[in-house]
Design a protein around this ligand. Structure first.
Ligand SMILES: C[S@@+](CC[C@H](N)C(=O)[O-])C[C@H]1O[C@@H](n2cnc3c(N)ncnc32)[C@H](O)[C@@H]1O
Length: 190
């Protein structure tokens, strides 16, 4: 067991402690639905998971993953996470956690990537929709073309959040080559 968990595993550990049965959670980048399934198991049948992705194949594989695991308390949208605010109805707010796993869908079209143009508006929406004590987790991948610019924009966004309302933590390997992935966690204080 390594002393330092991988960034995504640390995100899971922290989210596990925070999320309660009955909570509402969002996976803002569904991909293959691993994070959505993780969240669905935490919120339980009294809670609900909402998911967003722009690729039909991502919705298909994520829905299949939920069905294979007997999960029915979810709703996935084939639209960008920048439309999160207009898709979420009052009855499903506020959110306990919003997960962003940026970049491209592994084993698929690597030209379809998240970009700062939509990620930053989505992050701002998530801040609004989050409850006090809620959390946004963001896996940043600066190692691919476009991911460097996006990661920089997201880090700058996070650095500039007002300290009286948000707490921001950054975690990643600091002495590795090729711009390794890192995790940003934003806790909403009030
Ligand atoms: C790294 S993958 C996510 C992995 C996923 N969390 C999992 O557990 O498998 C990034 C995903 O973001 C999606 N994406 C790209 N632009 C998006 C947008 N504007 N809104 C939502 N998802 C987007 C891609 O289609 C891709 O599936």
């Amino acid at each position: 067991m390594p002393a330092f968990p991988k960034p995504i595993h640390l995100a899971h550990q922290i989210i596990k402690k925070l999320v309660q049965p009955g909570d509402i959670a969002v996976d803002a980048t569904l991909g293959n639905g691993h994070d959505a399934l993780f969240l669905a198991n935490l919120v339980g049948e009294k809670g609900k998971v909402f998911g967003f992705d722009v690729q039909p194949s991502a919705l298909e594989s994520s829905s299949q993953r939920m069905e294979e695991n007997g999960i029915t308390h979810y709703h996935f949208y084939l639209t960008g996470h920048e439309n999160m605010a207009e898709q979420m109805s009052e009855e499903n707010l506020p959110l306990a956690v919003v997960m962003f796993n940026l970049g491209y869908l592994p084993n698929a079209d690597k030209s379809i990537i998240t970009t700062e143009q939509t990620t930053i508006p989505a992050l701002n929406s998530a801040l609004q929709l989050l409850k006090s004590g809620g959390l946004i987790s963001i896996m940043c991948y600066p190692g691919h073309a476009g991911g460097d610019v996006e990661s920089e924009a997201v880090s700058e966004w996070a650095e500039n959040l007002p300290r009286e309302n948000f707490r921001v933590v950054c975690y990643g390997l600091h002495n590795a080559p090729n711009n390794p992935p890192y995790l940003l966690l934003v806790e909403k204080l009030s």
